[in-house]
Design a protein. Structure first.
Length: 155
C-alpha cells in the first residue's frame, strides 16, 4: 500500500516499522480529508498491520473516518484467518493485514478471505480479501448537466 507524498516519494505501510505505518495512515487520512468531497471512497491494500488492533488501523478508522468492510459486512467467510500466508498452509487465528476500507454511504453485503490454491500452491503470499458492497444513495448532485443533442442544427 503506497500513498504519494508531496515530494513524489512514496509513503509505504512498511512491514517492520510501526512508526512508518502510523505516519502513512496519518498522511492518507490528511490527503483524503483535503479532498473535501462527499463522494464515496474505497481504500484497499496490504497495510502490514492487524485490522482492529493496530494503531495505524485506529488512525484510519477512528471517528468513523473510514469503515472496515470486514467489520460492517452482514456475512463473513474466512473468519479467524490471517491474510498473509507466506505461500504456506492456511493459518487459523491469523492476523488480517489486508483491508478494504470505505468512506461514504455503502452497504456491505459480504466479505471473504479467499483461500484458493491449486495442487497446494497459492497464487500469492496473501489471501485476497473480497467484499460485495453497494453504494448507497448519493448525497451529491452535479452542479450542471450538459445534454448532447446529436441532431444537427439548421443554420
Amino acid at each position: 500500500m503506497q500513498a504519494q507524498s508531496c515530494g513524489g516519494r512514496p509513503k509505504t505501510f512498511r512491514n517492520r516499522n510501526q512508526a512508518a505505518r502510523e505516519k502513512s495512515a496519518k498522511l492518507v487520512r490528511e490527503r483524503v480529508a483535503a479532498l473535501d468531497t462527499k463522494l464515496p471512497l474505497i481504500l484497499t491494500g496490504d497495510f502490514n498491520a492487524a485490522g482492529g488492533t493496530n494503531q495505524a488501523y485506529k488512525i484510519l478508522t477512528s471517528d468513523s473516518f473510514f469503515s472496515d468492510t470486514w467489520v460492517t459486512a452482514k456475512a463473513r467467510k474466512g473468519e479467524g484467518l490471517g491474510t498473509s500466508n507466506g505461500f504456506k498452509a492456511i493459518r487459523r487465528n491469523g492476523v488480517r493485514i489486508d483491508w478494504i476500507l470505505t468512506r461514504g454511504e455503502f452497504t456491505v453485503d459480504s466479505a471473504e478471505i479467499v483461500t484458493f490454491s491449486r495442487d497446494g500452491q497459492f497464487p500469492s503470499d496473501h489471501f485476497p480479501v473480497v467484499t460485495r458492497l453497494r453504494m448507497g444513495a448519493a448525497k451529491w448532485r452535479p452542479a450542471a448537466v450538459e445534454v448532447f443533442d446529436p441532431k444537427p442544427t439548421s443554420p
